[in-house]
Design a protein around this ligand. Sequence first.
Ligand SMILES: C[S@@+](CC[C@H](N)C(=O)[O-])C[C@H]1O[C@@H](n2cnc3c(N)ncnc32)[C@H](O)[C@@H]1O
Length: 485
Amino acid sequence: MLLDRDGVDRLREALTTADYTGAGIAERLGAEAAAAAGRHDFRAALRLTTERDRLATLVRLFVCQQVEPPAAVADALAPLPLADALAAGLVEPYGDGLRQGVDLEPYADWWVLADVPGAARPGVPLHRDHVLGVGAASSTLAHATVRRPVDTALDLGTGCGVQALHLSTHAGTVTATDLSARALRFAATTAALNGMRWDLLAGDMAVPVSGRRFDLVVSNPPFVVGPGVATHTYRDSGRAGDAVCAELVAAAPDLLADGGTMQFLANWMHVAGQDWTDRVAGWVAGTGLDAWVIQREVADPVAYVNLWLADAAEGADPRRVAAWLDWFDAQKVDGVGFGLVTLRRGGHDDPVVRVEDLRQAVDGPLGAHVAGWFDRQDWLRGHDPLATRYRMADGLRLHQEATPGPAGWTVDRQVLALDGGLRWTEEIDPLVLALVSGCDGSVSLGDQLAVLAVAHEVAEADLAEVAAPIVAHLVERGVLVPVGG
Ligand SMILES: C[S@@+](CC[C@H](N)C(=O)[O-])C[C@H]1O[C@@H](n2cnc3c(N)ncnc32)[C@H](O)[C@@H]1O
């Protein structure tokens, strides 16, 4: 830990009594100034913290990255002695005063300790073992995690401990690992400051938990795709290409308890002449796991390399850019996909593996949608689709494109669209539209097909053979909802 237990208790007391909490800061700054400060625009926050009270000092120091007089900092951190705060690196001398030595961020009802973000030290490259605070990727994974009660949870590559904090809200025990000893020191301090106990283990990938199984595993790994050069532990796995993500998938069968779920953020290469979905499905093949992999974004190589070099303040080095892009060229990489991998040890001989684009904005936390997707897979596995009655999902819309002609409008295209949730759109033909339109929950699919078969003069069995997978697909996507099942 950065501080001993007594020091952590004193720090917690200081932060609590000064009201340096998410709620305390929101009340002092108001929503707008707090949001602006989150975007590194400190003007409003500084206007609202001109007094010399303890909260104002802590906000100026840790939120607005200002240099503060030592006496004010000592007062704000009391009962933690200033000497202890300096020794732990929480603050550091700068000019005539003190500035933050760590990122100490109120986050939800917690505090998170991490290294000072690169944006606060412009032009200074991040050191090798830089410990990230709560970033966009951390939040993406936190929102995408299935938050159901579990006995055991693992956060692989915990860093500052942000995922472990969330896991603590619904897991009996939390284990967290990291390759970086520095990261584990920060995670241990984050845990202690928030009164939590995690089993913190050092080591590479799944090695520290070898032989153990978990109900839920989450990871925001160092997924960045490149030649395998590791200059920053938070970003580079040291594995070439997207091998670190393939490795996580391969580790999942031994990490997951029966029925257990693993979720991680991933990058994968788009290789010219190869379908990216085949590449990623290939990682899962033979594991026996159910998988839902969704691609949320695709970056072109130049933008990707510039983004990740800038992330570690390495952007100015043209040789790094060129070496990285040359490697992409040599591997025929014409894009990099970013998304979420969810794996489940369902114990089925015929696991469901779906790898698909889900680029649209979705409503609500993705985690609830992921849980719903797997629930629907379970439903599909356990029910006879023909014996079931269905209804259309709430918020289902039909969009049509039509061309005017002498005899009126000719419909060219019909698309079903969910106006909430995962916001899927499905292009359909008139027969499927007739089927969906008949789904009012009153009769079974089998009975519906019997009527349609007569109307369209086709054999009922032939129609059922064609309709069953279409209906299963529409149920999977939440377009059709089983009634009473
Ligand atoms: C992108 S950061 C994620 C931190 C945090 N979990 C979050 O969600 O913000 C990746 C973390 O993985 C750790 N890491 C890097 N290589 C690792 C490896 N081979 N095994 C385990 N952890 C590793 C890094 O030290 C870093 O803390």
